[in-house]
Design a protein around this ligand. Structure first.
Ligand code: MV4
Length: 646
């Protein structure tokens, strides 16, 4: 086994790898950017080395610098985590050329899976089912259309270099083919510098089921499947293992196909073979097809760990250090069911826009596994993926595990930023999901219900008022009776609506709150406040942002009467870039009338496109950015006329 390894990553996956390394007695070296100098992964490591600026290109993508740090610190191997350098064959070559071990597959195996058409041909040869279609080199438009006719419409055109749905076009009939092909090739050229496409039969109501494989370079085993069908715009939201509705026969067939795929490329380490499954009418043993192979440990690996009892990072370190596969196929079994929900700092009403902020409060119930790279007090910065944590649960059955997930999400508390917690909670309570009727279209179909604003009760408003007026900790010992006025009031806002909360303080343990003409009592006994006869939820405060930790976190803003505009939650006149990125499109034109929620621009950042929406109805005064601009976080893109102007 290695004595010391370097982790070429940050956040939760760097922490995850370090925890196992530590448990195995392996020392760890962290690398970090300026933005991560005090982060959790730096503190967890035995030593940490600064490698550059906050932009990934200046730090976590600097392969040469990372290799130099490994040599300097005496690390024998490099764990790449996921993202960053994890699937970069040139980095693997450089690591090996430096005499170090890459904890993962060979550069050759990564290259073989890098291009969709070549990977598909290889898999077909290895006896892995692939979607019927054309994946050859002839890119002549007339020829491709002929192939589409042979496959039968509807067909899907995909970029061979593609991923995440980029360069993908659904074609329903021959008449649409030529235009769709042109547009797919154009997008593929812009995004990947490679216009080549392949044509596939379109699978209706697809499910995404992937097989976890593990190889030693020659032989491979599989650790069963995960279902990742709950996605929003190709981003996974909730994953589970095993897949609902999976039969023993189909599991065997998929597992075998995964092992064949891994062995065909001499795979070493943890990998995932993704299949598309026709979910329109139950699962069938002949109804799954190879999509792609991810040659790394994946974000959702913990659900596999919880149902198999295997620590996949331990296996990675053992196999990379030269040990044989730690288990035979027949030793591996499934126990119970597991779910993972990805908790993000994002603004769901603003179209799931990534958010930033300092986490003034962060707590998870003891009953779940929370894999996180941040602690209370840490910032979610605009530089990286805004994932706060993965909330992971296990239960004896799917039903038990799902109720544990729902409970864990209800008991998760995040203060200091908006999150997708309520959205995750709504998914965990979704009837179709509970029935196991999952497919990749579920979220889009029920988006309105899943993103509905929660009911705010009087007691929540009173709780926010208590925080704003600093009346939670009031006690006679702190001289309460000396300074307490009989009546105080504060103006708060939530979701653009303002209200005034008026309190009559009857003593250190009793307050009467009047809000919108209704009155509730807050009473304290044995140190616990009750409002309207209900236990007061936990609360947290970050600057002017107050979070009442009920209904997945209700955010209020305290309005300072001396500084109304600043406290009202930002300037609704200006649409700003929420993070650094590339302006992909600007739809707003000066003089144009817009409605709240209208899409005014698209910003590409963190490998995703984000719609920037109008915060209110109004008229566009000025367009300050154009398509193709690289902008900083906070850059003004579109300005609306002052309300009441003109
Ligand atoms: C498909 C498909 C239907 N038929 N291929 C989307 C991203 C890329 N990795 C593969 N994708 C799809 N390929 C055929 N022949 C539907 C999708 C698809 C999808 C696949 C997996 C998970 C979510 C998805 C969401 C929309 C479309």
């Amino acid at each position: 086994m290695f004595d010391k390894i370097l982790i070429a990553n940050r956040g939760e996956i760097a922490c995850r790898v370090m925890e196992t390394a530590r448990a195995m007695g392996v020392r760890t070296v962290a690398v970090y950017s300026d933005a991560d100098a005090a982060s959790k992964h730096v503190v967890l490591a035995d030593e940490a080395v600064h490698i550059g600026g906050p932009a990934p290109a200046d730090s976590y993508l600097r392969g040469d610098e990372i290799i130099r740090v490994a040599q300097q610190t005496g690390a024998q191997a490099i764990h790449p985590g996921y993202g960053f350098l994890s699937e970069n064959p040139k980095f693997v070559d450089a690591v090996e050329a430096a005499g170090l071990t890459f904890i993962g597959p060979s550069a050759d195996a990564i290259r073989k899976m890098g291009l969709k058409d070549a990977a598909k041909a290889l898999m077909e040869e290895a006896g892995v089912p692939v979607v019927p279609g054309y994946h050859g080199t002839n890119q002549d438009a007339g020829f491709l259309q002929e192939e589409a006719g042979k496959i039968g419409y509807p067909v899907l055109i995909k970029a061979v270099a593609g991923g995440g749905g980029k360069g993908m076009r659904l074609v329903e009939s021959p008449a649409e083919f030529a235009d769709a092909l042109k547009s797919a090739q154009g997008e593929a050229t812009t995004a990947f510098g490679n216009p080549d496409v392949l044509i596939e039969k379109y699978i209706q109501q697809p499910r995404h089921i992937e097989v976890q494989v593990f190889g030693d370079g020659t032989h491979a085993v599989h650790l069963f499947e995960r279902d990742c069908s709950l996605q929003r715009r190709h981003q996974k939201v909730i994953e589970e293992a095993p897949a609902p509705g999976m039969t023993a026969e189909m599991r065997k067939a998929m597992g075998r196909a995964g092992v064949r795929a891994a062995e065909a490329i001499g795979y070493k380490g943890a990998g995932t073979v993704e299949f598309i499954v026709d979910g329109s009418d139950g699962l069938r043993s002949d109804g799954f097809w190879f999509m792609e192979m991810n040659t790394r440990l994946q974000v959702e690996h913990p659900v596999t760990e919880l149902i198999t009892g295997v620590d996949l990072v331990e296996w990675q370190l053992r196999v990379a250090s030269g040990e044989r596969l730690p288990a035979r196929q027949e030793d591996l079994t499934i126990t119970g069911h597991a779910f993972e929900a990805r908790l993000y700092a994002e603004d769901v009403p603003k179209g799931f826009l990534p958010a930033t902020g300092t986490l003034t409060h962060l707590s998870f119930p003891a009953e779940c596994r929370a894999d996180s790279g941040v602690r209370a007090g840490d910032a979610i910065s605009p530089w990286y993926d805004p994932m706060i944590a993965k909330v992971i649960v296990h239960g004896s059955t799917r039903k038990v595990a799902l109720s544990r997930l729902a409970r864990a999400l209800e008991e998760t508390e995040v203060g200091g930023t908006v999150t997708n917690l309520a959205f995750l909670g709504a998914l965990a309570a979704h009837q179709g999901f509970a029935n196991g009727d999952v497919d990749t279209g579920l979220i889009a179909r029920d988006l309105d219900a899943l993103t509905a604003a929660p009911e705010v009760e009087l007691r929540h408003k009173a709780a926010a008022g208590m925080v704003a007026l600093d009346l939670v900790e009031a006690s006679p010992d702190t001289g309460f009776t000396l300074w307490a006025p009989l009546h105080r009031a504060v103006t708060l806002s939530r979701a653009g609506e303002e209200f005034t909360a008026d309190v009559q303080v009857d003593g250190p343990d009793r307050q009467l709150w009047t809000i919108g003409g209704e009155t509730v009592a807050a009473e304290r006994s044995q140190g616990q406040w009750r409002i309207d006869e209900r236990r007061m939820p936990a609360v947290s405060q970050s600057g002017g942002l107050i979070t009442v930790h009920d209904a997945y976190g209700l955010e209020f803003t305290a309005i300072d009467p001396l500084d109304r505009d600043a406290a009202a939650g930002g300037d609704s006149n200006v649409i700003e870039a929420p993070m650094p990125g590339l302006v992909k499109a600007v739809f707003a034109k000066a003089g144009q009338s817009v409605k709240e929620g209208d899409r005014l621009a698209i910003l590409e950042a963190m490998k995703m496109e984000h719609s920037l929406l109008a915060a209110r109805d109004g008229v566009v005064a000025e367009v300050l950015a154009s398509s193709g601009d690289q902008v900083e976080a906070g850059a003004a893109l579109v300005r609306l006329e002052e309300e009441g102007d003109g």
